[in-house]
Design a protein around this ligand. Structure first.
Ligand code: ZN
Ligand code: ZN
Length: 347
């Protein structure tokens, strides 16, 4: 089969790899129909994730059809149409038992990281019973690719951890795909005001289309003054960090109202300054989380009912064999006006 294979920083190839086989009775083999590229894949490509070694097939998102199922798999059979969670969970370790699949002792984020991933014609999915979801009939595959990772990430790490309540003033710092996923799912809770902050006018325009009441261009205005102005000098009740650099995390600390919650989603590669000299008395809470994907069933229902339309995040379409070009487009997201790209296998 063919796959997108990592060969060290800056180097990926579309090349032949052996087709995966069942290794454990709890495995399935999925024939990928649609997959996508994540910001995390770009981090890998930059060499930021050294556990990813030469020869690894990338990708941790996707949908497909079960080709073969191990003897112990109970919930899935060949021919089933499935959504792959970016998080593999065994379902029985201590972390899985409390719903923290991200830290599964036998899984967690392993696809396209510690084992071969989904940017391929076929992928082996361990612990299939707990790591896959049946796709309800009639649902659009493309929309569901967004449910493998970015929608649950925006929702769980941003919206749920931020404890957004009706009427809350919410700021989302970073209007990339995950920030926008938080923006879409924040609206389940009827916030009073949704403010998006970014440096890219195209993304801010999309944020407004997706429901942001205000958008702030970082380079053109002082976001602290604008947010204070919009909130009677108080600041935001919830600030969601969806960038992952020290500057953005510091900005969040300047935007939060007393009693507020800063919910971090961003993948941080460097230490950040925590301004305890200002915040010690402000009754704030800071949360961090790696997505558990426990909300995939809930999100599937919202897509089914039409409350959530995640296909809005898709800007570009490629064939799977055009994956290397797709990486180039995704890497230059701002110039290409790209959010999420879909890679489709040929049927
Ligand atoms: Zn991802
Ligand atoms: Zn587990």
């Amino acid at each position: 089969m063919k796959a997108i294979v990592y060969h060290g920083p800056g180097n990926i190839e579309w090349e032949d790899k052996p087709r995966p086989v069942i290794l454990e009775d709890t495995d399935v083999i999925v024939r990928i129909t649609k997959t996508t590229i994540c910001g995390t894949d770009l981090h890998i490509l930059k060499g930021d994730v050294p556990e990813v070694t030469d020869g690894r097939i990338l990708g941790h998102e996707g949908v497909g059809i079960i080709e073969e199922a191990g003897k112990a798999v109970r919930k899935f059979k060949p021919g089933d149409h499935v959504l792959i969670s970016c998080i593999t969970s065994c379902g029985s370790c201590a972390y899985c038992r409390k719903g923290m699949y991200s830290h599964c002792e036998n899984g967690g984020w392993i696809l396209g990281h510690l084992i071969d991933g989904t940017q391929a014609e076929y992928v082996r999915i361990p612990y299939a019973d707990y790591s896959l979801y049946h796709i309800p009939q009639g649902l659009e595959e493309e929309a569901l690719v967004m449910l493998s990772d970015i929608l649950p990430t925006g929702f769980e790490c941003g919206v749920l951890n931020g404890e957004i309540k009706p009427g809350d003033n919410v700021v989302i710092v970073g209007a990339g795909p995950v920030g926008l996923a938080a923006l879409l799912t924040a609206q389940f809770y009827s916030p009073g005001m949704l403010i998006a902050i970014d440096m890219d006018e195209n993304r801010l325009e999309i944020a407004r289309k997706f429901g942001a009441d205000y958008s702030i261009h970082l380079k053109e205005t002082n976001p602290i003054e604008v947010v204070k102005g919009l909130t009677q000098g108080k600041g935001a009740d919830v600030v969601i960090e969806a960038v992952g650099v020290p500057e953005s995390f510091e900005l969040c600390q300047s935007l939060i109202a007393p009693g507020g919650i800063i919910a971090n989603i961003g993948v941080h590669g460097k230490p950040v300054t925590l301004h305890m000299e200002k915040l010690w008395s402000h009754n704030i809470k800071i949360t961090t989380r790696l997505v558990d994907t426990v909300t995939i069933p809930l999100l599937l229902k919202t897509v089914q009912s039409g409350k959530l339309t995640p296909e809005k995040l898709i800007t570009h379409h490629f064939k799977l064999y055009e994956g290397i070009t797709a990486y180039q487009v995704f890497k230059h997201a701002s110039a290409e006006k790209a959010l999420k790209v879909i890679l489709s296998a040929e049927s």
